[in-house]
Design a protein around this ligand. Structure first.
Ligand SMILES: NC(=O)c1ccc[n+]([C@@H]2O[C@H](COP(=O)([O-])OP(=O)(O)OC[C@H]3O[C@@H](n4cnc5c(N)ncnc54)[C@H](O)[C@@H]3O)[C@@H](O)[C@H]2O)c1
Length: 438
């Protein structure tokens, strides 16, 4: 199958590479010349474990190419996956300018049947807007070329994106056009060999499914964060409570970890966009309003713990920070709790020295010289008044506590990810505080 992927970011590049892996002839388009140059030179513009191998293998085999040429990319694929960004607009709604621009480009140049697939996370009703944009461009050209629009939201997780794409829990396809459904089935057939994973539904339900999934996950996180804060007041340990409720199969263990708030390029904007959609239809999604409010507060939780210990005036203080990415196994810092924490520390006069295993380049790009950087976790500790743990990278799980205690100016560890056994850490003379723990 000839496939074009429009937008070669986290989702587009993984989609393109994984579809090429099964023998499809894939062209990935992006308007960012820098990204395409990196890819053409054999590099990968993002950090995503395992992606470099899949990309290299398929480029080598001639099944995966990269381009900035819109006309060429429209001509290439019978199927045109739109995987461009849908950032939040000022009112919280998803900004659809990149999606409609991509659709217009298809309409401007298509000469034969196309299936246009919305893979970006887009509000209910977007497929209709995409179809309208294509129709307008065709009308402008005075031609009538058939096409189908499909909603195929993506559920991959950064950090495990290749595995998620290759072994999806489900493949949601919203479509009304039989020909388009047949084509989608044949594309996804290799991804569901041992049992059917494709859920074909109407387009609006497919669009809503993606938001519902992210909103549910964000809700679990905020729920646990709020309970963790209560546990602190009650003298209970949220880690024990987590195990106590996770063992109930109706609840399950996933996404029950309290911490310093959710971030990333999806949950914050998707929760906002779903609330905004509801508002447009005269509804106030009260649960999600609370989910957002709790998350905003939770991103300040570690900061609050710093202020409780050291006071509002942090001039002359220095803090070590482990973890900048919004979660482990990614370099993505969009809406990361680290940014809120760093802002709060700097605005109170403190200095910060940070380390992240993969997000250092991204951090330099985002934060510049507002903070100092260390090439190792231990290197952040020199002259620091406390260590703040912000991202649960594997390599932070078993550190040398003796060295931490000896290097910090005062042995204070504030753990936003509950990585350690409090009693064990305290044996090293460390004043240890985490989220919702005794
Ligand atoms: N990142 C994730 O984990 C994830 C997971 C599931 C769904 N999504 C959704 O997928 C979509 C893409 O997310 P992402 O994280 O991959 O974004 P991204 O910012 O990494 O990539 C988007 C790319 O699209 C390019 N682009 C913009 N307009 C274009 C156009 N008209 N033609 C060609 N290229 C264009 C940009 O230059 C950019 O490289 C979003 O809607 C997001 O919500 C993301």
């Amino acid at each position: 199958m000839k496939i074009t992927v429009i937008g070669t970011g986290y989702v587009g590049l993984v989609t393109g590479a994984c579809l090429a892996e099964y023998g499809n002839d894939v062209l990935c388009l992006d308007l960012d010349q820098r990204k395409i140059d990196i890819l053409r030179a054999g590099g990968i513009p993002i950090y995503e474990p395992g992606l470099d191998d899949v990309v290299a293998r398929n480029v080598e085999a001639g099944r995966l190419r990269f381009s900035t040429d819109i006309e060429e990319s429209v001509a290439h694929g019978t199927v045109q996956f739109i995987a461009v960004g849908t950032p939040p607009g000022e009112d919280g709604s998803a900004d659809l300018q990149y999606v409609t621009a991509a659709a217009r480009n298809v309409g401007k140049y298509m000469t034969d049947y196309k299936v246009v697939v919305d893979k970006s996370t887009v509000p209910v009703g977007t497929a209709e807007k995409v179809a309208d944009a294509i129709r307008e461009e065709l009308a402008r050209r005075g031609v009538d070329v058939p096409f189908g629009v499909v909603s195929n939201p993506e559920f991959l997780k950064e950090g495990a994106a290749v595995a998620d794409f290759m072994r999806p829990d489900r493949i949601v396809v919203g479509a009304e056009d039989e020909r388009a459904i047949r084509i989608m089935r044949s594309i996804y057939q290799p991804f569901q060999r041992n049992h059917e994973r494709m859920l074909v539904m109407d387009i609006r339900s497919a669009e809503l499914t993606k938001y519902a999934a992210n909103a549910m996950l964000a809700t679990r996180i905020s729920f646990m964060n709020e309970l963790a804060n209560l546990a602190e007041k009650l003298g209970a340990d949220i880690e024990l409570v987590r195990k106590g409720i996770g063992s109930d199969p109706r609840i399950g263990y996933s996404f029950l970890y309290p911490g310093c708030g959710y971030g990333g390029s999806c949950f914050p904007k998707d929760v906002k966009a779903l609330r905004r959609t509801a508002t447009e239809y005269g509804m106030d999604l009260q649960v999600l309003g609370a989910v957002e409010a709790v998350n905003d507060l939770q991103k300040e939780r570690l900061l609050q713990k710093v202020v409780d210990r050291f006071g509002e005036d942090l001039r002359g203080r220095r803090f070590a920070l482990w973890g900048l990415a919004f979660k482990p196994r990614t370099d993505d810092m969009r809406e990361a709790p680290s940014l809120v924490i760093i802002d709060g520390l700097l605005s109170r006069g403190a200095t910060v020295c940070a380390f992240d295993p993969v997000a250092m380049q991204e951090a330099r790009h985002t934060l510049g010289d507002r903070i100092d950087y260390s090439v190792s976790p231990m290197g952040t500790l020199t002259d620091a008044d406390a260590l703040l743990i912000v991202t649960e990278w594997k390599e932070f799980q078993c550190p040398d506590f003796e060295r931490i205690a000896a290097t910090l100016k005062q042995p204070v560890v504030l753990d936003g990810r509950n990585l350690y056994d409090p009693a064990m850490v305290r044996e090293y003379g460390i004043d240890y505080d985490a989220i919702g723990r005794r």
